[in-house]
Design a protein. Structure first.
Length: 293
């Protein structure tokens, strides 16, 4: 039953976040000691903008599991509850953690947003520019360039921002990565839509009850690793389907990796040239410039 609630929560997250949150809370009521349940509730709470709950549940998941996979989500939830400084603290603390490339990129993007919250646009831009664009996996690169485009627009460079957004979209198409503003598929939901449908399912027969008695007892005690594995497997299934792109869609894309890399190099060179031009102009008009500025 817990696994069904998690599957429903995952399938409804983009289509009906409120209902997904209800399913996650129902799973929490039955298996609060299972790490993936706390994770599901934290993510669902984030989607419905219950940021205090999201931070609490995701931190609990992190403590139980030892995983840092949701550190960027925790940081963004801190921003959501008006504490951008906490997000920046998480970025600073992450220097001592072994984060994978995607997680590190997401955390940098959130930290740049936190800088923007504090009206430090220059600081936000520096955070992103410090990242090595050429060493990012496709998904992280798409998100990083899109975030950089937003910062550039805020910083008064719309033309360069348009170039980065276009390159980000083309990279997304070429690699089968979601850009982020796609509409969710209304036909992609799960069959189980309400908490009541799960809770009111027929009772198991005496033989089935006897077979499952041991598993139920272990679940209630929070001590069954088999139960956790089963729940995690069920919860992971819908997540994988969200990023599926058809072979036909990929085949229609004509952009090659070499073309993407060449275009990225050109944009970075243009940006560097623009920065040098601005610096030269400032030096010519102002003989003595504060070095820090």
């Amino acid at each position: 039953m817990v696994a069904k609630h998690l599957v429903a929560a995952g399938g409804l997250l983009d289509l009906d976040p409120e209902r997904a949150h209800e399913h996650a809370k129902a799973a929490m009521a039955r298996a609060g000691r299972v790490a993936v349940v706390r994770e599901a509730l934290g993510i669902a709470a984030y989607y419905v903008e219950q940021y205090d709950e999201a931070v609490r549940e995701l931190r609990t998941h992190r403590r139980i599991s030892g995983s840092n996979d949701n550190i960027a989500l925790i940081a963004d939830a801190e921003r959501g509850r008006g504490k951008p400084e906490k997000a920046l603290e998480l970025l600073k603390a992450s220097d001592e953690l072994e984060l994978d490339n995607d997680t590190r990129t997401e955390l940098v993007i959130v930290a740049a947003g936190a800088k923007s919250d504090l009206e430090d646009i220059a600081g936000a831009r520096r955070l992103i520019e410090a990242e090595d664009f050429t060493q990012k996996p496709s998904g992280a690169l798409v998100r990083l360039m899109a975030a950089y485009a937003e910062v550039l627009r805020i910083d008064g460079e719309p033309e360069l921002a348009d170039k980065y957004e276009e390159l980000s979209r083309r990279t997304a198409k070429a690699t089968g990565t979601l850009f982020g503003d796609e509409e969710p598929d209304p036909n992609a939901g799960v069959l189980i839509e309400t908490v009541e449908e799960i809770e009111d399912e027929p009772e198991a027969s005496d033989e089935e009850s006897a077979d499952s008695a041991g598993a139920e007892s272990a679940e209630n005690a929070g001590e069954s690793t088999d139960t956790e594995a089963a729940v995690e497997a069920a919860a992971a299934a819908p997540a994988a389907s969200k990023t599926h792109v058809s072979a036909k869609e990929l085949k229609s894309v004509k952009v090659t990796d070499d073309e993407i890399e060449a275009e990225l190099d050109e944009i970075l060179a243009d940006a560097e040239a623009d920065s040098e031009s601005v610096a030269d102009a400032e030096d010519a008009s102002t003989p003595e410039v504060d070095e820090e500025q």
